[in-house]
Design a protein around this ligand. Structure first.
Ligand code: PMV
Length: 342
């Protein structure tokens, strides 16, 4: 057993298909080069100490009881999923030692960029490395997915999947994940409304609407899936104009199911007016972030327009970002859930 290990996992943007993916439709998701890094150390006692400097919270877990050290009532809720990851791996390894877990992140939280999943994935990977436990990437995905269920209730799994496998994926619940090989650049301007929101609450809101209007919402959900299928073709053909148009339609469908908000609408319309090929909310909505697909010569105009409309700008493009071990990996990780590419 090592005394210290570290791993880092990327955040993400959902290009198309959020919410509809919870109801069995596909989504397209991209890893971005903003990461979460988790450092873990073995303790001599059996406690699990977790600290997030960025959030200003920390505390101990002992026999499932939480003892806050820094931060308010939020600390337990935010740290519990990390504890669940640690508990599962410590139990699997049969270790009597606890751990210190330190999280550092360059991702905004509760903004739709996948920070909670990246924390779970990086924690699982760092802990497996610490205990020399030979877990596959598929198992790391599963452990992180279980932790996401504690936070979000009924998530699709798209966030832990992209944080684990990286790149660009077509994700569909309970189906093999397809890696999309995209030969064109995908310049994206991300606009953050800086309005925090809860994914679980927004997913529940859509569930509720679907229960009340099954025929209508069912059709919108299926249309969301068709947009993704059509977008895969546009991506393969390098047709960014069609992709932008499909992103606009996708946004209007998300608006129709009640997950947009005034702050997002302002940024989306500012981006479109400044010449974006397409713009939509990304992630759960209700605040958080939007994305604009932009031709390279328009990046500055669109970024300025988003800023003028009150958004915080982040520019990203297609990356190969994926889960990384910054200390030696327990072994070359296999990925059996990913047999197909397109
Ligand atoms: O938590 P967020 O904002 O990254 O949203 C995740 C995407 C949803 O489709 C809204 C939820 C899910 O589990 O797929």
């Amino acid at each position: 057993m090592k005394t210290k290990a570290e791993a880092s996992a990327p955040g993400k943007v959902i290009l198309l298909g959020e919410h509809f993916v919870v109801h069995g439709e596909p989504a397209i998701v991209l890893a971005i080069d903003r990461r979460v890094t988790v450092t873990v150390k073995v303790r001599s006692d059996s406690r699990v100490f977790i600290k997030s400097e960025d959030l200003g919270i920390s505390g101990f877990f002992k026999n499932d009881q939480f003892f806050p050290q820094r931060g308010d009532g939020e600390a337990k809720r935010r740290l519990e999923p990390i504890y669940a990851v640690a508990k599962e791996i410590i139990q699997k390894c049969g270790s009597n030692n606890g751990v210190n877990i330190e999280v550092k992140s360059s991702l905004p939280i509760a903004a739709g960029l996948g920070s909670s999943a990246a924390v779970s994935v990086a924690s699982a990977a760092a802990l497996c490395s610490l205990f020399d436990f030979k877990e596959s990437k598929d198992n790391i995905f599963q452990i992180a997915f279980n932790a996401e269920k504690i936070i979000h209730g009924n998530p699709s799994g798209v966030d832990p999947a992209i944080s684990t496998y990286g790149g660009i994926l077509q994700y569909r619940k309970s189906k093999p994940i397809r890696r999309l090989h995209v030969n064109i650049d995908l310049p994206l301007v991300i606009g953050n409304t800086k309005k925090e929101r809860s994914t679980g609450t927004l997913v529940a809101k859509v569930n509720n609407l679907r229960r009340r209007y099954p025929q209508i919402i069912g059709k919108i959900i299926r249309a969301g899936g068709e947009i993704v299928e059509r977008s895969v073709r546009a991506l393969r053909e390098g047709d960014l104009e069609t992709l932008g148009e499909l992103m606009n339609i996708n946004h209007e469908l998300l608006s129709a199911i009640g997950v947009s908000c005034m702050e997002l609408e302002k940024l989306v319309h500012a981006a479109r007016n400044a010449g974006a090929l397409g713009a939509k909310l990304t992630g759960a909505g209700g605040g958080g972030c939007m994305i604009a697909l932009v031709s390279p010569e328009k990046i500055k105009d669109v970024a300025d327009a988003i800023e003028m409309a009150g958004g915080e700008v982040l520019i990203t493009r297609k990356t190969d970002a994926c889960l990384l071990y910054t200390s030696p990996s327990p072994r070359d990780l296999s990925t059996s859930r990913m047999p197909s590419s397109a």
